[in-house]
Ligand binder design. Structure first.
Ligand code: SF4
Length: 463
């Protein structure tokens, strides 16, 4: 009997390094005990002795097995390492086994991988950060209780998503801490170590109450999508029981008055104003230090169409309103030509503070960097969740990067509907300032025509 001791419960590399030479040496699965630290994970194995896995033995396995194993290793099933090794051992004689969904072992491992993927998704969807003051600078802290060993595997997602914020994710097994440059790990924590609430929660609660539609309450679906164990960490769900309790009465009243949209709009307006107020004090990146003020979005809260530009310019910075400078004039002319009423659309920017270089008395526009775009994405996401536009239009590469979370080439993507990460519809076109920078008048007019064509397509997509 051989014992393999893995350093951590989610350590795929160590499992692979130990399993390969064992399989290459044809050590039967029944002769191997897998354990993490001192705790045996294979509860059905017999007496064990210390074992040093032989190094360097070569054994090629199919890619689908590696993909499956990477997920299965994260499962909380104590037999996972032994089950994976059994599959690996059988693969030597049955190379296509991993594709055989009728095989009970493959089916069981597939099921574990599915549970792990679902848990990874839940952590991304249901984790909520609370802002705390840490010596004058904000840190965002979240508490989460995963069902599987997925926290380290999810770290890269949160680093990419919130690269410019300082954050900590506390879980019972391990804590992750990001300081804007590096990720560090700490021991597990308890819920008492995490903060209870912050000012933005009031916004969320107002907003959630405003969009809650009792006519659509389907408790089963809600519980499936948003399992109850995560509710306590999500500010909006604190309202769910009382909203459900009042649902029937509210529904009757809504039908009677036929004021549904206006009511929701009224509450959303309150939530939007609270959000704008919160953004006015934002210090998530350094741009607030030199600009005059936060330039928040503007337009009706029930707008079906949202435009996202790059950042406020000199005039917008002074007035506190988006798209009122020279680029805003081009934007207005294009909207009018495409017969889109600006008063019906919501207009905002990917970055809410003016970034510039001072040259004498002039403030020259400076392009926002990836860190600033990522920091400010927080506000765009809040605006999108509140406005819930049918269609969002990214004006230029910065807006496209903010909305899609990746660098895109405008020439390749413009003129067609794209799907946002939240499932909404997005279109990409040029920023009106691009047209202003053209010296060749004929070319500028031609580009303006193409810009208007894009806007007409967007209008048609709205129906
Ligand atoms: S640019 Fe955005 S993230 Fe940076 S301080 Fe301003 S509002 Fe906050």
């Amino acid at each position: 009997m051989r014992t393999v001791t893995l350093p951590a419960p989610d350590d795929f590399d160590s499992w692979r390094d130990a399993a390969r030479p064992l399989a290459a040496a044809e050590v039967p699965p029944d002769d191997v005990v897998w354990q993490v630290g001192e705790a045996p994970t294979d509860l059905f194995a017999g007496e064990s002795v210390a074992h040093e896995a032989p190094a360097g033995a070569g054994f090629t396995v199919p890619r689908p097995f590696i993909d499956l194993a990477r997920n299965v290793v994260l499962a909380n099933d104590p037999e996972r390492f032994a089950l994976l090794y059994t599959l690996l051992f059988r693969l030597r004689r049955e190379p296509k086994l991993v594709e055989d969904r009728a095989d009970p072992l493959v089916r069981r491992l597939d099921g574990l991988a599915r549970q792990v993927r679902r848990d990874i998704h839940k952590m991304r969807a249901f984790l909520r950060f609370r802002e705390v003051d840490e010596g004058g600078t904000p840190r965002f802290v979240a508490w989460f209780e995963p069902e599987h060993h997925i926290v380290r595997a999810n770290a890269a997602f949160f680093v990419n998503r919130f690269a410019s914020m300082r954050w900590s994710i506390l879980t019972p097994e391990v804590s992750l801490h990001w300081d804007g440059k590096g990720l560090s790990e700490g021991p597990g924590a308890s819920k008492a170590d995490a903060p209870e609430g912050d000012p933005i929660e009031a916004v969320w609660k107002t907003y959630y109450a405003s969009i809650f539609n009792p006519a659509r309450v389907k408790i089963g679906a809600m519980l499936k999508e948003m399992p109850r164990k995560y509710w306590k960490n999500m500010p909006e769900t604190a309202l769910v029981p009382q909203l459900i309790a009042g649902a029937q009465a509210r529904e009757a009243s809504m039908i009677q008055t036929a004021q549904t949209r206006q009511d929701i709009g009224g509450n959303s307006q309150v939530a939007w104003e609270a959000l704008r107020e919160e953004a006015a004090h934002c210090t998530r990146c350094h741009l607030y230090k030199h600009a005059t003020q936060t330039v928040f979005g503007e337009g009706p809260v029930d707008a079906r169409l949202m435009f996202v530009g790059e950042q406020p310019g000199d005039q917008e910075d002074l007035a506190g309103k988006p798209f009122i400078g020279p680029a805003g004039q081009v934007f207005n002319r294009a909207l009018a030509t495409a017969e889109i009423d600006r008063d019906t659309v919501y207009v905002t920017n990917a970055v809410k503070h003016f970034k510039f270089e001072q040259r004498g008395k002039r403030r020259i526009h400076a392009k926002p960097g990836a860190g600033e775009i990522d920091a400010c994405r927080w506000w765009i996401e809040q605006e999108q969740m509140l406005i819930r536009p049918d269609v969002t239009v990214a004006l230029g590469a910065t807006a496209a990067r903010s909305l899609l979370g990746k660098v895109v080439t405008i020439g390749k993507e413009r003129g067609r509907a794209l799907t946002l990460p939240d499932g909404g519809q997005a279109w990409i076109t040029v920023h009106p300032s691009y047209l202003l920078r053209m010296d060749d008048k004929a070319r500028a007019e031609d580009e303006f025509g193409q810009f208007v064509d894009d806007l007409r397509k967007v209008k048609a997509a709205l129906g």
